[in-house]
Design a protein around this ligand. Structure first.
Ligand SMILES: *Cc1c(COP(=O)(O)O)cnc(C)c1O
Length: 406
Protein backbone atom coordinates (compact mmCIF):
# COMPACT_ATOMS: atom_id res chain seq x y z
CA UNK A 1 0.00 0.00 0.00
CA UNK A 2 1.27 3.49 -0.75
CA UNK A 3 2.80 5.38 2.10
CA UNK A 4 1.55 8.76 0.96
CA UNK A 5 1.12 11.21 3.83
CA UNK A 6 -2.36 11.49 5.27
CA UNK A 7 -2.94 15.04 6.43
CA UNK A 8 -4.92 16.43 9.30
CA UNK A 9 -6.67 18.80 6.87
CA UNK A 10 -5.12 20.06 3.66
CA UNK A 11 -6.37 22.27 0.81
CA UNK A 12 -8.63 20.62 -1.78
CA UNK A 13 -8.61 22.44 -5.11
CA UNK A 14 -11.12 21.86 -7.89
CA UNK A 15 -9.91 23.85 -10.92
CA UNK A 16 -12.03 26.97 -11.05
CA UNK A 17 -9.72 28.58 -8.49
CA UNK A 18 -7.07 28.84 -11.21
CA UNK A 19 -9.60 30.21 -13.70
CA UNK A 20 -10.54 33.08 -11.38
CA UNK A 21 -6.92 33.77 -10.45
CA UNK A 22 -6.09 33.94 -14.15
CA UNK A 23 -9.05 36.24 -14.69
CA UNK A 24 -7.53 38.64 -12.15
CA UNK A 25 -4.21 38.38 -13.98
CA UNK A 26 -5.63 38.79 -17.49
CA UNK A 27 -7.72 41.81 -16.54
CA UNK A 28 -4.83 43.22 -14.49
CA UNK A 29 -6.86 43.49 -11.27
CA UNK A 30 -3.76 42.32 -9.39
CA UNK A 31 -4.66 44.36 -6.37
CA UNK A 32 -6.95 44.56 -3.36
CA UNK A 33 -9.91 45.56 -5.52
CA UNK A 34 -11.63 43.62 -8.29
CA UNK A 35 -14.40 41.34 -9.35
CA UNK A 36 -13.30 38.31 -7.35
CA UNK A 37 -13.51 40.29 -4.12
CA UNK A 38 -16.95 41.65 -4.97
CA UNK A 39 -18.17 38.18 -5.93
CA UNK A 40 -16.94 36.38 -2.80
CA UNK A 41 -18.45 39.05 -0.57
CA UNK A 42 -21.78 38.70 -2.34
CA UNK A 43 -21.73 34.90 -2.27
CA UNK A 44 -20.77 34.67 1.40
CA UNK A 45 -23.53 37.07 2.50
CA UNK A 46 -26.03 34.95 0.55
CA UNK A 47 -24.70 31.64 1.85
CA UNK A 48 -24.35 32.68 5.49
CA UNK A 49 -27.35 34.98 5.65
CA UNK A 50 -25.67 38.14 6.91
CA UNK A 51 -26.00 41.63 5.44
CA UNK A 52 -22.35 42.53 4.98
CA UNK A 53 -19.08 40.64 4.42
CA UNK A 54 -15.74 42.42 4.23
CA UNK A 55 -12.82 40.48 2.71
CA UNK A 56 -9.61 40.72 4.70
CA UNK A 57 -6.09 39.29 4.58
CA UNK A 58 -6.87 36.66 7.24
CA UNK A 59 -9.26 35.65 9.97
CA UNK A 60 -6.96 37.11 12.60
CA UNK A 61 -7.24 40.53 10.93
CA UNK A 62 -11.04 40.15 11.00
CA UNK A 63 -10.90 39.36 14.72
CA UNK A 64 -8.61 42.32 15.34
CA UNK A 65 -11.00 44.73 13.65
CA UNK A 66 -13.94 43.12 15.49
CA UNK A 67 -12.17 43.83 18.78
CA UNK A 68 -11.71 47.46 17.65
CA UNK A 69 -15.38 47.68 16.67
CA UNK A 70 -16.29 46.45 20.15
CA UNK A 71 -14.31 49.41 21.48
CA UNK A 72 -11.81 47.44 23.57
CA UNK A 73 -9.24 49.74 25.19
CA UNK A 74 -6.22 49.30 27.42
CA UNK A 75 -7.08 47.26 30.51
CA UNK A 76 -10.58 46.21 29.41
CA UNK A 77 -11.31 42.63 30.37
CA UNK A 78 -12.83 40.45 27.65
CA UNK A 79 -14.33 36.99 28.21
CA UNK A 80 -12.88 34.50 25.70
CA UNK A 81 -13.24 30.85 24.79
CA UNK A 82 -10.43 28.97 26.50
CA UNK A 83 -10.01 25.82 24.44
CA UNK A 84 -9.30 27.36 21.05
CA UNK A 85 -6.54 28.49 18.71
CA UNK A 86 -4.65 31.51 20.04
CA UNK A 87 -5.79 33.67 17.11
CA UNK A 88 -9.18 33.83 18.86
CA UNK A 89 -7.72 35.78 21.78
CA UNK A 90 -4.51 37.49 20.63
CA UNK A 91 -6.39 40.37 18.93
CA UNK A 92 -7.77 41.37 22.35
CA UNK A 93 -4.17 41.88 23.44
CA UNK A 94 -3.31 43.81 20.24
CA UNK A 95 -5.69 46.44 21.63
CA UNK A 96 -4.17 46.11 25.13
CA UNK A 97 -7.28 44.40 26.45
CA UNK A 98 -7.07 41.52 28.90
CA UNK A 99 -8.55 38.13 28.01
CA UNK A 100 -10.30 36.32 30.85
CA UNK A 101 -10.78 32.70 29.87
CA UNK A 102 -14.05 30.82 30.31
CA UNK A 103 -13.85 27.07 30.85
CA UNK A 104 -15.22 24.49 28.43
CA UNK A 105 -18.26 22.18 28.67
CA UNK A 106 -18.28 18.47 27.76
CA UNK A 107 -21.31 18.47 25.43
CA UNK A 108 -19.80 20.47 22.54
CA UNK A 109 -16.26 21.27 23.79
CA UNK A 110 -17.02 24.98 23.63
CA UNK A 111 -17.51 27.87 26.09
CA UNK A 112 -19.46 26.72 29.16
CA UNK A 113 -22.50 28.99 29.71
CA UNK A 114 -22.50 28.11 33.42
CA UNK A 115 -18.92 29.34 33.78
CA UNK A 116 -19.77 32.40 31.67
CA UNK A 117 -22.64 33.33 33.98
CA UNK A 118 -20.30 32.95 36.91
CA UNK A 119 -17.71 35.14 35.18
CA UNK A 120 -20.23 37.99 34.99
CA UNK A 121 -20.72 37.68 38.76
CA UNK A 122 -16.97 37.97 39.33
CA UNK A 123 -16.37 40.65 36.67
CA UNK A 124 -19.67 42.51 36.25
CA UNK A 125 -18.15 45.30 34.12
CA UNK A 126 -17.17 43.13 31.17
CA UNK A 127 -18.92 44.14 27.94
CA UNK A 128 -17.41 41.85 25.27
CA UNK A 129 -17.35 38.07 24.81
CA UNK A 130 -15.32 36.27 22.12
CA UNK A 131 -16.82 32.85 21.33
CA UNK A 132 -15.30 30.20 19.05
CA UNK A 133 -16.88 27.03 17.64
CA UNK A 134 -14.15 24.44 18.10
CA UNK A 135 -13.42 22.08 15.21
CA UNK A 136 -16.58 23.20 13.40
CA UNK A 137 -19.00 22.24 16.18
CA UNK A 138 -21.45 24.98 17.19
CA UNK A 139 -21.38 25.81 20.89
CA UNK A 140 -24.33 26.48 23.19
CA UNK A 141 -25.37 29.56 21.31
CA UNK A 142 -28.83 30.18 22.80
CA UNK A 143 -27.56 30.02 26.37
CA UNK A 144 -24.53 32.19 25.65
CA UNK A 145 -26.62 34.78 23.78
CA UNK A 146 -29.16 34.96 26.60
CA UNK A 147 -26.43 35.53 29.21
CA UNK A 148 -24.73 38.20 27.08
CA UNK A 149 -28.03 40.00 26.48
CA UNK A 150 -28.80 39.95 30.19
CA UNK A 151 -25.44 41.58 30.94
CA UNK A 152 -25.44 43.96 27.97
CA UNK A 153 -22.35 42.36 26.43
CA UNK A 154 -21.49 42.26 22.73
CA UNK A 155 -20.59 38.91 21.14
CA UNK A 156 -17.68 38.51 18.74
CA UNK A 157 -18.17 35.17 17.06
CA UNK A 158 -15.07 33.35 15.86
CA UNK A 159 -16.49 31.05 13.18
CA UNK A 160 -13.05 30.49 11.60
CA UNK A 161 -13.33 26.72 12.00
CA UNK A 162 -17.10 26.38 11.57
CA UNK A 163 -17.92 27.86 8.16
CA UNK A 164 -21.08 26.14 6.92
CA UNK A 165 -22.05 24.72 10.34
CA UNK A 166 -25.56 25.55 11.56
CA UNK A 167 -27.34 25.92 14.88
CA UNK A 168 -31.12 25.50 14.76
CA UNK A 169 -30.84 25.84 11.00
CA UNK A 170 -28.97 29.16 11.15
CA UNK A 171 -25.37 29.50 9.96
CA UNK A 172 -22.58 30.18 12.45
CA UNK A 173 -21.04 33.57 11.73
CA UNK A 174 -24.38 35.31 12.28
CA UNK A 175 -24.86 35.04 16.04
CA UNK A 176 -22.49 37.76 17.15
CA UNK A 177 -22.65 41.48 16.47
CA UNK A 178 -19.26 41.07 14.75
CA UNK A 179 -18.34 37.72 13.25
CA UNK A 180 -15.20 36.29 11.68
CA UNK A 181 -14.43 33.53 9.22
CA UNK A 182 -11.12 32.29 7.82
CA UNK A 183 -9.86 30.94 4.50
CA UNK A 184 -6.53 29.74 5.92
CA UNK A 185 -4.97 26.77 4.11
CA UNK A 186 -6.21 24.12 6.53
CA UNK A 187 -9.81 25.35 6.86
CA UNK A 188 -12.83 23.69 5.26
CA UNK A 189 -12.50 25.91 2.19
CA UNK A 190 -9.44 28.04 1.55
CA UNK A 191 -8.01 30.93 -0.41
CA UNK A 192 -4.51 29.80 0.73
CA UNK A 193 -5.07 32.66 3.16
CA UNK A 194 -7.78 35.24 3.74
CA UNK A 195 -10.68 35.91 6.05
CA UNK A 196 -13.82 37.99 6.41
CA UNK A 197 -15.66 40.08 8.90
CA UNK A 198 -19.41 39.43 8.79
CA UNK A 199 -21.99 41.77 10.28
CA UNK A 200 -25.51 43.13 9.84
CA UNK A 201 -24.34 46.64 10.71
CA UNK A 202 -23.62 48.90 7.73
CA UNK A 203 -21.73 51.27 9.99
CA UNK A 204 -19.46 48.45 11.21
CA UNK A 205 -18.86 47.15 7.67
CA UNK A 206 -17.94 50.65 6.48
CA UNK A 207 -15.52 51.14 9.36
CA UNK A 208 -13.81 47.82 8.58
CA UNK A 209 -13.54 48.72 4.90
CA UNK A 210 -11.91 52.00 5.85
CA UNK A 211 -9.60 50.72 8.61
CA UNK A 212 -8.42 47.79 6.49
CA UNK A 213 -7.29 50.10 3.69
CA UNK A 214 -5.12 52.45 5.79
CA UNK A 215 -8.03 54.60 7.01
CA UNK A 216 -7.91 57.05 4.14
CA UNK A 217 -10.30 59.96 4.43
CA UNK A 218 -12.32 61.18 1.48
CA UNK A 219 -9.80 63.82 0.32
CA UNK A 220 -7.71 64.33 -2.83
CA UNK A 221 -4.51 63.51 -0.88
CA UNK A 222 -3.70 60.92 1.76
CA UNK A 223 -5.62 62.30 4.68
CA UNK A 224 -5.76 60.34 7.95
CA UNK A 225 -7.88 60.92 11.03
CA UNK A 226 -7.73 57.36 12.38
CA UNK A 227 -5.15 54.62 12.69
CA UNK A 228 -5.13 52.46 9.58
CA UNK A 229 -4.19 48.88 8.66
CA UNK A 230 -3.26 47.09 5.47
CA UNK A 231 -5.68 44.21 6.01
CA UNK A 232 -7.61 43.94 2.74
CA UNK A 233 -7.79 40.66 0.81
CA UNK A 234 -5.98 40.39 -2.52
CA UNK A 235 -8.14 39.95 -5.63
CA UNK A 236 -5.94 36.95 -6.55
CA UNK A 237 -6.64 35.24 -3.23
CA UNK A 238 -10.31 36.10 -3.66
CA UNK A 239 -10.16 34.19 -6.95
CA UNK A 240 -9.18 31.04 -5.05
CA UNK A 241 -11.97 31.60 -2.54
CA UNK A 242 -14.42 32.19 -5.38
CA UNK A 243 -13.51 28.83 -6.90
CA UNK A 244 -13.93 27.10 -3.52
CA UNK A 245 -17.28 28.44 -2.31
CA UNK A 246 -19.36 26.16 -4.59
CA UNK A 247 -17.62 23.16 -2.97
CA UNK A 248 -18.26 24.03 0.67
CA UNK A 249 -21.20 21.65 1.00
CA UNK A 250 -19.31 18.85 -0.73
CA UNK A 251 -16.37 19.27 1.65
CA UNK A 252 -18.74 19.18 4.63
CA UNK A 253 -20.35 15.96 3.36
CA UNK A 254 -16.90 14.35 2.96
CA UNK A 255 -15.82 15.45 6.43
CA UNK A 256 -19.06 14.15 7.91
CA UNK A 257 -18.56 10.76 6.26
CA UNK A 258 -15.06 10.59 7.79
CA UNK A 259 -16.45 11.42 11.23
CA UNK A 260 -19.23 8.81 10.95
CA UNK A 261 -16.75 6.18 9.80
CA UNK A 262 -14.48 6.77 12.79
CA UNK A 263 -17.48 6.73 15.10
CA UNK A 264 -18.70 3.39 13.80
CA UNK A 265 -15.22 1.85 13.86
CA UNK A 266 -14.54 2.90 17.47
CA UNK A 267 -17.90 1.75 18.85
CA UNK A 268 -16.36 -1.01 20.95
CA UNK A 269 -13.27 0.95 22.06
CA UNK A 270 -13.11 2.95 25.32
CA UNK A 271 -13.25 6.26 23.39
CA UNK A 272 -15.87 8.74 22.21
CA UNK A 273 -15.89 11.11 19.25
CA UNK A 274 -15.98 14.90 19.75
CA UNK A 275 -19.62 15.44 20.69
CA UNK A 276 -22.24 17.81 19.31
CA UNK A 277 -25.83 18.74 20.02
CA UNK A 278 -27.48 16.34 17.59
CA UNK A 279 -30.91 17.86 18.09
CA UNK A 280 -30.03 21.51 17.46
CA UNK A 281 -26.82 21.66 15.50
CA UNK A 282 -25.18 20.43 12.34
CA UNK A 283 -21.38 20.82 12.55
CA UNK A 284 -19.20 21.15 9.45
CA UNK A 285 -17.10 18.25 10.86
CA UNK A 286 -13.87 20.11 10.04
CA UNK A 287 -11.82 17.91 12.39
CA UNK A 288 -12.73 14.51 13.78
CA UNK A 289 -11.43 14.01 17.31
CA UNK A 290 -11.68 11.36 19.96
CA UNK A 291 -11.52 11.40 23.74
CA UNK A 292 -10.31 8.40 25.73
CA UNK A 293 -12.39 7.18 28.67
CA UNK A 294 -10.73 8.03 31.99
CA UNK A 295 -10.19 4.42 32.98
CA UNK A 296 -8.60 3.57 29.62
CA UNK A 297 -5.88 6.23 29.91
CA UNK A 298 -2.34 4.99 30.38
CA UNK A 299 -0.02 7.26 32.34
CA UNK A 300 0.94 10.29 30.25
CA UNK A 301 2.90 13.35 31.35
CA UNK A 302 3.41 16.50 29.32
CA UNK A 303 5.94 19.22 30.06
CA UNK A 304 6.03 22.56 28.23
CA UNK A 305 7.65 21.01 25.14
CA UNK A 306 8.06 17.30 25.75
CA UNK A 307 6.13 14.28 26.95
CA UNK A 308 6.36 10.70 28.11
CA UNK A 309 3.93 7.87 28.71
CA UNK A 310 3.81 4.24 29.82
CA UNK A 311 2.45 1.71 27.37
CA UNK A 312 -0.14 -0.35 29.19
CA UNK A 313 -2.29 -3.30 28.15
CA UNK A 314 -5.80 -2.25 27.11
CA UNK A 315 -4.98 1.42 27.63
CA UNK A 316 -3.59 4.28 25.60
CA UNK A 317 -3.16 8.06 25.59
CA UNK A 318 -3.13 10.86 23.00
CA UNK A 319 0.67 10.99 22.71
CA UNK A 320 0.87 7.23 22.09
CA UNK A 321 -1.83 7.48 19.41
CA UNK A 322 -0.02 10.41 17.79
CA UNK A 323 3.29 8.51 17.80
CA UNK A 324 1.66 5.46 16.22
CA UNK A 325 -0.06 7.60 13.58
CA UNK A 326 3.27 9.27 12.76
CA UNK A 327 4.77 5.80 12.16
CA UNK A 328 2.37 5.28 9.25
CA UNK A 329 2.92 8.86 8.01
CA UNK A 330 -0.46 10.11 9.19
CA UNK A 331 -0.90 13.52 10.78
CA UNK A 332 -2.90 13.78 13.98
CA UNK A 333 -2.62 16.58 16.52
CA UNK A 334 -3.20 17.14 20.22
CA UNK A 335 -6.37 19.00 21.16
CA UNK A 336 -5.72 22.76 21.02
CA UNK A 337 -3.95 23.41 24.33
CA UNK A 338 -6.26 25.62 26.38
CA UNK A 339 -5.30 29.29 26.57
CA UNK A 340 -5.17 29.37 30.38
CA UNK A 341 -2.45 26.69 30.22
CA UNK A 342 -0.32 28.75 27.82
CA UNK A 343 2.73 30.37 29.43
CA UNK A 344 1.93 33.70 27.71
CA UNK A 345 -1.51 33.79 29.40
CA UNK A 346 -0.66 32.15 32.71
CA UNK A 347 -1.48 35.27 34.75
CA UNK A 348 -4.86 35.87 33.11
CA UNK A 349 -8.16 35.17 34.80
CA UNK A 350 -9.79 31.81 34.23
CA UNK A 351 -13.34 31.02 35.29
CA UNK A 352 -14.54 27.45 35.77
CA UNK A 353 -17.77 26.19 37.27
CA UNK A 354 -15.93 25.50 40.50
CA UNK A 355 -12.89 27.80 40.50
CA UNK A 356 -12.57 31.32 41.88
CA UNK A 357 -11.89 33.20 38.65
CA UNK A 358 -8.16 33.51 39.21
CA UNK A 359 -5.43 31.80 37.24
CA UNK A 360 -5.19 28.22 38.47
CA UNK A 361 -2.95 25.25 38.04
CA UNK A 362 -4.77 22.42 39.82
CA UNK A 363 -7.12 20.70 37.39
CA UNK A 364 -8.33 18.00 39.75
CA UNK A 365 -8.99 17.89 43.48
CA UNK A 366 -9.56 14.47 45.03
CA UNK A 367 -10.24 13.02 41.58
CA UNK A 368 -12.92 15.58 40.78
CA UNK A 369 -12.50 17.54 37.53
CA UNK A 370 -12.24 21.27 38.23
CA UNK A 371 -10.92 22.29 34.87
CA UNK A 372 -12.69 20.75 31.88
CA UNK A 373 -10.21 22.23 29.37
CA UNK A 374 -7.21 20.45 30.90
CA UNK A 375 -9.18 17.22 31.09
CA UNK A 376 -10.14 17.27 27.39
CA UNK A 377 -6.59 18.31 26.45
CA UNK A 378 -5.21 15.37 28.46
CA UNK A 379 -7.52 12.75 27.02
CA UNK A 380 -8.41 14.07 23.54
CA UNK A 381 -6.71 13.88 20.16
CA UNK A 382 -7.44 15.29 16.68
CA UNK A 383 -7.47 12.57 14.03
CA UNK A 384 -6.44 12.80 10.39
CA UNK A 385 -9.51 14.44 8.80
CA UNK A 386 -8.43 15.28 5.29
CA UNK A 387 -11.40 15.17 2.94
CA UNK A 388 -9.27 13.53 0.25
CA UNK A 389 -8.50 10.57 2.54
CA UNK A 390 -9.51 7.29 0.87
CA UNK A 391 -11.52 4.71 2.86
CA UNK A 392 -8.52 2.34 2.73
CA UNK A 393 -6.30 5.03 4.23
CA UNK A 394 -8.82 5.68 6.96
CA UNK A 395 -8.97 1.92 7.62
CA UNK A 396 -5.23 1.92 8.27
CA UNK A 397 -5.62 4.75 10.76
CA UNK A 398 -8.46 2.94 12.49
CA UNK A 399 -6.41 -0.23 12.70
CA UNK A 400 -3.46 1.62 14.26
CA UNK A 401 -5.71 3.21 16.89
CA UNK A 402 -7.40 -0.08 17.70
CA UNK A 403 -3.95 -1.60 18.25
CA UNK A 404 -3.12 1.10 20.80
CA UNK A 405 -5.85 -0.30 23.05
CA UNK A 406 -4.83 -3.97 22.67
C1 LIG B 1 -7.69 29.58 11.87
C2 LIG B 1 -8.30 30.23 13.03
C3 LIG B 1 -8.25 31.62 13.20
C4 LIG B 1 -7.39 32.54 12.38
O1 LIG B 1 -7.61 32.55 11.05
P1 LIG B 1 -6.42 32.99 10.06
O2 LIG B 1 -7.13 33.18 8.77
O3 LIG B 1 -5.45 31.87 10.04
O4 LIG B 1 -5.84 34.25 10.58
C5 LIG B 1 -8.92 32.17 14.27
N1 LIG B 1 -9.61 31.42 15.12
C6 LIG B 1 -9.66 30.09 15.00
C7 LIG B 1 -10.47 29.32 16.00
C8 LIG B 1 -9.00 29.45 13.97
O5 LIG B 1 -9.03 28.11 13.89
Amino acid sequence: MSNERIWLSSPTMHGDELKYMKEAFDTNWMSTVGKNINEVEKQITEKIGCKYAVSLSCGTAALHLAVKLAGIKRGDKVFCSDMTFDATVNPVVYERGEPVFIDTEYETWNMDPVALEKAFEIYPDVKTVVVAHLYGTPGKIDEIKAICEKHGAVIIEDAAESLGATYKGVQTGTFGTYNCISFNGNKIITGSSGGMLLTDSLDAANKVRKWSTQSRENAPWYQHEELGYNYRMSNVIAGVVRGQIPYLDEHIAQKKAIYERYKEAFKDLPVKMNPYDEKNSEPNFWLSCLIIDEDAMCKQVRGEQDYCYNTERGKSCPQEILDKLAEINAEGRPIWKPMHMQPIYRMNGFVTRKGNGRAMTNAYIEGEVLDVGIDIFNRGVCLPSDNKMAPEQQDRIIEVIRKCFK
